[in-house]
Design a protein around this ligand. Structure first.
Ligand code: FA5
Length: 357
């Protein structure tokens, strides 16, 4: 008598169920899949052996094997769904962003936040001083035509004063020469032209901004630096008003113990003109490398608006008068914080920068 190939079917089924239950991870189960429900499983081997049975026995054995296979496949599918769910939950847990952790780690090791640079901060402080004195704040383009940077300011093409401002030329072409502005004075021209067009005189404005010159960087100079221009156009303005504004500004910004002085100077767009100097805050007037041993530092130029400028912008010089000034913002920062060398402002050494946070 021959033994039926399915004689040990229930044992095989029990083994397969145990194998399914023993897979603890989805990866384990999938590795075992061909041996449990695939072509390499015992069920497939048994299926092949049914061919040797007599037809009436084969039908019955086939039905039993089919039942067994359905049971195993169902157990496999249930286990697979469970392990997939577990794997997904694990992944979610790993991906979870615990905001509590972030806050705690920030308390333990605070992130350093940025702060305005020393020149930007100085610019704001200067604006505040002038706003408190009744000025408003405007700005103008950094790239200028020859007309605004020079000609309207009474500096014709061959004028020797052009040598005072070593210029970066953007375009020397026709019809217009274009430059990186060498000073903030061209913004005066924009403002006066606008005021004339809008019938909006008088003007009491300051205009801070970046300037460019082919200067070799040294203790007091940079090739890219900042100025703050001042412009007053009103009726009955005199040099005494200009001197008063400069004196008030010096004491408000540098303190009562810093002296200022005006020295006769030449600017083509102001007449009379003066240079504005303060006591060197580094040596307190004794003389040092920063002030070239003079005890004084030049902050800027100033003067009464030249009639030629009024003519260029179409302002009636018989009715209106005015003054202008232009200070170096970097120079103000240098003197306020006693920085011996202006190049420290652009070195980006964080040990230096942190002192001004
Ligand atoms: C002028 O630029 C005139 N436009 C100022 C002026 C305005 C005169 C209105 C009359 C009326 P000056 O070239 O002297 O002037 O520059 C003025 C100030 O800008 C200097 O005193 C200095 O504080 C600052 N400055 C000039 N060149 C540099 C530079 N290369 N680096 C840093 N600061 C500079």
């Amino acid at each position: 008598m021959t033994t039926s190939p399915l004689a040990e079917l229930s044992t095989h089924v029990a083994d397969l169920i145990a194998r399914i239950e023993q897979a603890l991870t989805l990866a384990d189960l999938l590795v075992d899949e061909p041996f449990i429900v695939g072509k390499r499983s015992i069920l497939s081997t048994l299926q092949k052996s049914l061919g040797a049975l007599a037809p009436e026995e084969r039908k019955d054995a086939g039905a039993r094997l089919q039942d067994a296979r359905r049971g195993i496949e169902e157990a496999f599918a249930v286990r697979r769904a469970l392990l997939e769910e577990e794997a997904r939950a694990e992944q979610l847990e790993a991906d979870r962003l615990d905001l509590g952790d972030v806050v705690i780690s920030q308390v333990l090791a605070p992130l350093s936040v940025g702060h305005p640079g020393i020149v930007a901060a100085t610019q704001r402080q200067l604006e505040d001083v002038f706003v408190a004195m009744g000025f408003n704040v405007s700005d103008g383009p950094e790239v200028e035509s020859d007309w605004y940077n020079f000609e309207a300011l009474n500096i014709p093409p061959a004028h020797p004063a052009r040598g005072m401002w070593d210029t970066f030329y953007v375009d020397l072409g026709e019809p217009e020469t274009v430059v990186l502005r060498t000073h903030t004075s061209p913004t005066q021209i924009h403002l006066m032209e606008q005021a004339v067009a809008q019938d909006a005189l008088p003007i009491h404005s300051v205009m801070p901004g970046r300037c460019y010159r082919r200067d070799t960087p040294d203790a007091r100079h940079l090739a890219t630096f900042h100025q703050i221009e001042g412009l007053v156009v009103d009726r009955g303005i005199s040099f005494a008003d200009l001197a008063g504004v400069i004196e008030t500004f010096t004491h408000a910004y540098f303190g009562a113990d810093i002296s200022s002085r005006l020295r006769p100077a030449f600017f083509p767009f102001t007449e009379p003109s003066a240079e504005f100097e303060i006591t060197c805050t580094i040596c307190r007037g004794d003389g040092c490398r920063t002030c070239s041993q003079t005890g004084w530092i030049e902050l800027g130029g100033c003067g009464m608006l030249d009639p030629a400028v009024f003519e260029a912008v179409g302002i009636d010089g018989d009715e209106w008068s005015g003054f202008a000034f232009g200070f170096g913002i970097d120079r103000c920062a240098q003197m306020r914080h006693q920085i011996a060398d202006m190049r420290a402002l652009i070195d980006n050494d964080v040990r230096f920068l942190r002192q001004f946070s």
